[in-house]
Design a protein around this ligand. Sequence first.
Ligand SMILES: Cc1cc2nc3c(=O)[nH]c(=O)nc-3n(C[C@H](O)[C@H](O)[C@H](O)COP(=O)(O)OP(=O)(O)OC[C@H]3O[C@@H](n4cnc5c(N)ncnc54)[C@H](O)[C@@H]3O)c2cc1C
Length: 416
Amino acid sequence: MMKHDVLVLGAGMVGVSCALHLQQRGLDVALLDRRNPGEETSYGNAGIIQREAVHPYRFPRELSTLLSVAGNRRLDVRYHARAVPALLSPLLRYYRNSADAAYQPIAAAYASLIALSLETHESLLADANAQHLLGKRGWLMLFRSDKRRDEAFADADKLTALGVNHCKLDGAQLQAQEPALRERLSGAIHWTDPLTVRDPGDLVKAYARLLFQRGATELRGDATTLRPLPDGGWQVQTASGEWVSARQVVVALGPWSTQLTGDFGFRPPLFVKRGYHQHFRDDSPHPLQHWMLDEERGYLLAPMARGVRITTGAELTHIDAPATPTQLSAVEPVARSLVSLGSAVEPQPWKGARPCLPDMKPLIGAVPGKPGMWCAFGHGHQGFTLGPATGMLLAQLMTGERSAIEMAPFSPARRF
Ligand SMILES: Cc1cc2nc3c(=O)[nH]c(=O)nc-3n(C[C@H](O)[C@H](O)[C@H](O)COP(=O)(O)OP(=O)(O)OC[C@H]3O[C@@H](n4cnc5c(N)ncnc54)[C@H](O)[C@@H]3O)c2cc1C
């Protein structure tokens, strides 16, 4: 007899959401993590439920941008030279997938997934009584130059047809909307649909509490102890030494996912874009009201529960490489001249890793050739946004329901 119907491995936003949706369909679920829920990538992100992110981040294609990335002095993207040999193959595929012809169907599939993000969060938010963690002011994409502002304004108009709403602000309107700004900028796009979360880790914990109150089992342990059972099904060992079995298993280990699936011969080309954050005390007479991306400098400011969180762009490196928060130290003075920031809250910055795939889409579905093994990982820049949508779609696939959107573009069996 199997102890549970499904073992979900990984208690980040994605794993907790998968567990909730499987449970809603009547399955007995156990959720395993080596830590408490929501303490890794799903804690350290910028906390935006990004309804506007219908177009995933492309690899740059223009020669001037490629040269400046290669020079390794940009604020938004950097790389560790030692990681380059291992990154060459996934980055080359990422580059190819970012060409117009390859990118169009990718963006269309991604838009269909992002379109589910708000409604799937909203139903969990209501059930988990977690609305107090939410902000409903949307967020601001800031522009320093008129040229960049006008290009972005034109691009934003094209998203309206995809259900993405925005307001255009000139410099004076921006200043009136966000009095914390100390510099006069050329304008901003105010994305009005997204929700913001003052403590992203707390939201995952609230969803996990709902899951356990409804009867799911919480397990602590190392997912890499997972073993197939001779007659079908899977078992994993908990930290107390007990073996726990289930008919099916879901791998939702975020950036660590392929460390497990590789043991079973499934090695999609997952790579990470590392990011850093640090909180700073808000000592301004006009406390920061909005989440703001300083788009031309490549960092984000978020007025969170612990202080103003600065999050950085992408650092291309190995997941276990030592921390090198040079992007954070480079943007801190830029941020300080934009808004008034006090001392750092923590002595050291946090580091985490966006789990990315070369075609910019997550893997959601059955692992090829491994009956009873499913995966939900590779959500890159938007896993906090997409956890509940992923959970719903994966649960639909696992229970034979008709899926809310076409799932072939997210198939783990696809080519990259
Ligand atoms: C700086 C930064 C800013 C971001 N901003 C945003 C944003 O504003 N909006 C957005 O949507 N996304 C954002 N993201 C991306 C988002 O945070 C991730 O895509 C998302 O958190 C991934 O969730 P996950 O559940 O897949 O992974 P995780 O949250 O990392 O969860 C994986 C879990 O697996 C567990 N685990 C790993 N290995 C093992 C093991 N061997 N045994 C047991 N447990 C294990 C970990 O402890 C962890 O709890 C940002 C990311 C970064 C780095």
